[in-house]
Every structure is written in structure tokens, then in C-alpha cells.
Design a protein around this ligand. Structure first.
Ligand code: GTP
Ligand code: MG
Length: 206
């Protein structure tokens, strides 16, 4: 699938103010600085559609983008950023957990993991929470350009084996880079496949 049009719709702190739930929606989540906003720009062929920064905590809102006039792509705030993670539900932030638990048209959540890191407690706990809440998710490993092919494959093997100690079935996984555009086709084709299965990006029954 190619993205022909991507337009910013609205930013909110409250999921209730998000656009009508009549389109399929794909959201990007992960620790601050993992590369969520950069990945969205890479997928949509934009430099600045989603705001990026070298400093963690850049994205503080739920940002909706309308893609190909059919489906929503959502940039979410990062979790695990000290300034915002204290005294909030489950440590992931109330904005995030309210959005995840209530947004009916959320079709797939992409959990982003920096491919250079060994499995982190907060990511494992977050995926555990998604499992318990029944939210379909996939993993996207980011920043693949930062590792050589050997280190990259070692890191992936290690991550998968750690995941396998907790999960009977591993989620779908992608490897990506906002620098080299690795993973772009695979991720967009995966979204396209789901859109086709569920009705071209619309939610006919809602
Ligand atoms: P928050 O909004 O703070 O939660 O962060 P984020 O996950 O949206 O990260 P963002 O896209 O703002 O990127 C954080 C930093 O990582 C920026 O300096 C990006 O340039 C850099 N970065 C993101 N993706 C890649 C990548 O694939 N390769 C490399 N080399 N750098 C990346
Ligand atoms: Mg961001």
C-alpha cells in the first residue's frame, strides 16, 4: 500500500474528544524517544507531519492523522518518561490507558521497541497489560540503522527468546528505520491487509 494523502486532524489530551469512531485506527506507542513520531513521518513520506525531538517527552497529546481519506493513524505520547510517569495509572499515563481501554475503533496498536535495547521491564509490563486488556498489538523494532546486521539479528533473537518465556504465541514483529525506510512496505502492507479484511478502512457497523 502507498500513502497518497495524510492530513493532521486533531490533538487531544482526552480520548473522548478524538474523531468519530467510524474508521479503522492504528496507533503507535512505546517509550519516549523510541522513534514513534519519526516512524509516522517515514511511513507517510512527510518530514514534519508528527513532531519529533532528540529530547524524550516531545509528544504529549493524542494526535490523529487521516490517511488516504480512509483510516486513522495515531501518534501517542511515550511512556516511561520520568516527568509524566509518576502517580499515574499503571505507570503508562492516564491519557494513554484511557485511550487504549476506551477507543472502540482501535484496530491494532504498534508497540515500538528500540532494537538496540535488551527487553525492558516497562515494555514487558505494557505488553502484558495489552494482553490482559485484549488489545491486538504488534511490535516494531526501531532504529535498525544503528546496528550492523550481525548485532541486529542477535538482538532480535534475544528479544524473541525473552518474549517466548512469557507468551505462548509471539506477536507479529517488524524491523524498521526512519533513516533508511526499512520496514515501510511491510508495515503498510500489514495495515492494508487488515483494512481489506475489515472493510477498506471503514467501520460499517459503528
Ligand atoms: P516522544 O514523542 O518523546 O515520546 O518520542 P518519539 O518516540 O516520538 O521519538 P521521535 O520520533 O521524536 O525520535 C526521537 C529521536 O530518535 C530523534 O532524535 C530522532 O531523530 C531519532 N530517531 C527516530 N527514529 C530513528 C531511526 O530510525 N534511526 C535513527 N538513527 N534515529 C532515529
Ligand atoms: Mg513523539
Amino acid at each position: 500500500m502507498k500513502i497518497d494523502t495524510s492530513t493532521f486532524v486533531i490533538s487531544n489530551t482526552d480520548w473522548k474528544k478524538s474523531p468519530k469512531e467510524n474508521r479503522l485506527e492504528y496507533a503507535f506507542i512505546g517509550r519516549s524517544n523510541v522513534g514513534k513520531s519519526s516512524l509516522i513521518n517515514m511511513l507517510t513520506n512527510h518530514k514534519n507531519l508528527a513532531k519529533t525531538s532528540g529530547k524524550p517527552g516531545k509528544t504529549q497529546l493524542i494526535n490523529h492523522f487521516l490517511i488516504n481519506k480512509h483510516w486513522f493513524l495515531v501518534d501517542l505520547p511515550g511512556y516511561g518518561f520520568a516527568k509524566v510517569s509518576k502517580s499515574i495509572r499503571r505507570g503508562f499515563g492516564k491519557i494513554i490507558s484511557d485511550y487504549i481501554e476506551n477507543r472502540n475503533n482501535l484496530t491494532n496498536l504498534f508497540v515500538l521497541i528500540d532494537v538496540r535495547h535488551t527487553p525492558q521491564k516497562i515494555d514487558m509490563e505494557f505488553m502484558q497489560y495489552l494482553g490482559e486488556t485484549g488489545i491486538p498489538f504488534s511490535i516494531i523494532f526501531t532504529k535498525s540503522d544503528k546496528l550492523n546486521p550481525y548485532k541486529l539479528s542477535q538482538s532480535l533473537i534475544h528479544y524473541k527468546s525473552e518474549m517466548a518465556t512469557v507468551w505462548d504465541e509471539l506477536p507479529k514483529m517488524f524491523v524498521s528505520s526512519a533513516e533508511t525506510a526499512e520496514g515501510k512496505e511491510e508495515i503498510l502492507d500489514y495495515i492494508h491487509e487488515i483494512n481489506e479484511q475489515l472493510g477498506s478502512g471503514f467501520m460499517p457497523r459503528m
